[in-house]
Design a protein around this ligand. Structure first.
Ligand SMILES: [Zn+2]
Length: 418
């Protein structure tokens, strides 16, 4: 693996090119961060996508915007509503090249329109602003790494598909199909552009993540005149919540969190509706199956209460991404490549989830924190380290060079998945 840390001619070329455009990458990221693309801001997402497609047209590739799939959400009345969001950016290059890579990212952020808009120079080589790290900076890094790779002599050895989604922060319900399809079109390795930690550490194993809504119906009645005729959905929900939280004591590494309860009405009405909204995380498939079974059992228990019925929505939308032999081999290759840049890259397991989970579930080993270095993401203190743009774009371009020249044997890494 020591050959990974040596600099090739192609490496030196991309390094020089990317160092020269570090500030331009920061400037483009700032201009993108000024446009709000909160996951529920459909107009903002639809307005942003054409400019993103234009930027990716700088690649020697086929670029198109594809409508995302409408998806359903349980609204506060207990009914489901169909949501249509922004398009998916799809980019494809050299499908006949010997090695195929799938790359992904998202252009939505967690910040609703008008909530966090200001870009602030923190004065210590860091910028604060919405989506700078997560992940408009990552999209810039992906794009410039590919442009640098394509300017080199190894271009024809690697083809790729890119999927950039409008809904990663809310679960990829509108775009998961595109990730799976791109991963399963012959890709050997996946590369996703979530931010790395400020220290440069990247994510290793990831848990799987589920979101659930349990809708409980009872029977309304006047609380004064006919309390005995009512059947309280809130009482059933309260009992259910306690049992769901009790699932946290388990030997499987599973966590469950009830995040929200909707329903009820005025205090003089026995409530006929309650919606229990919760999440679950599990380190592997057996643990995910276990907790799903427990949840179904608790729902059937709630239904045994007289006059109560209910139903379950949701499930494990992101399967677990454990650190198997293929993942470890890829992490070792990334660490070895990092040494060529003087970086000491470590991988840390996390309970967080991302598109890398979907790509792993589609059978493709992947590294998912190839974006910029930053921190405090999902808060108004989100920041990016400005010098990390050229550094991380170089890391990606170096990986592509090694995948192309065979120093990273992508086929051998993928073979470890089975
Ligand atoms: Zn992200």
């Amino acid at each position: 693996m020591d050959s990974l840390s040596k600099l090739s001619t192609e490496d030196e070329q991309v390094r020089e090119r990317l160092l020269a455009i570090n500030d331009a990458m920061v400037a483009r990221t700032v201009s993108w961060a000024k446009l709000n693309t909160g996951s529920w801001n459909t107009e903002g997402l639809k307005g942003f996508a054409p400019g993103l497609a234009d930027a990716f047209s700088e690649l020697d590739a086929d670029v198109r915007l594809e409508p995302s799939r409408p998806f359903q959400t349980v609204i506060d009345t207990g009914e489901t509503e169909t949501i249509e969001t922004g398009p998916v950016l799809r980019v494809r290059a050299r499908p006949d090249a010997p090695v195929q890579v799938v790359m992904s990212g998202h252009y939505d952020t967690v910040f609703p329109d008008g909530t966090f808009t200001k870009i602030t120079d923190l004065g210590d080589g860091r910028l604060n602003g919405p989506g700078l790290a997560d992940m408009k900076g990552g999209l810039c890094v992906m794009l410039e790494a590919l442009k640098a790779f394509e300017a080199g002599a190894l271009k024809d050895r690697v083809g790729y598909q890119i999927v950039v989604t409008p809904d990663e922060e809310i679960g990829n319900f509108a775009s998961a199909h595109a990730l799976t399809e791109a991963a399963q079109s012959g890709a050997l390795i996946g590369m996703t552009y979530e931010p790395a930690m400020e220290t440069g550490a990247m994510s290793g194993g990831r848990k799987g993540s589920a979101v659930y809504d349990i809708v409980l119906h009872g029977k309304a009645a006047h609380a004064g005149r006919a309390k005995h005729e009512g059947r309280s959905a809130i009482t059933a929900a309260a009992d259910l919540v306690v049992h769901l939280e009790d699932l946290n004591v388990n030997p499987h590494g599973v966590t469950v969190n009830v995040g929200k309860i909707d329903g009820g009405n005025a205090v003089n009405i026995v409530p006929d509706l309650a919606i229990v909204r919760f999440g679950a995380r599990a380190p592997d498939k057996a643990a995910a199956d276990w907790v799903h079974g427990e949840i179904e059992m608790l729902l059937s228990r709630a239904r045994q209460r007289e006059g109560i019925h209910g139903h379950l929505h949701g499930g494990f939308y992101r399967p677990p991404k454990p650190r198997n032999a293929a993942q470890q081999a890829l992490f070792d290759a990334v660490s070895g490549t990092g040494r060529a840049l003087g970086l000491d890259i470590t991988f840390e397991d996390t309970g967080g989830v991302c598109e890398g989970n979907n790509i792993f579930a589609a059978g493709v080993p992947n590294v998912d924190t190839l974006g910029v270095r930053g921190g405090r993401i999902h808060s108004a203190e989100e920041y990016v380290v400005t010098s990390s743009f050229a550094e991380r774009a170089s890391l990606s371009a170096f990986l592509l060079n090694r995948i192309a020249d065979g120093r990273i044997d992508a086929a051998a890494i993928k073979a470890l998945m089975s």
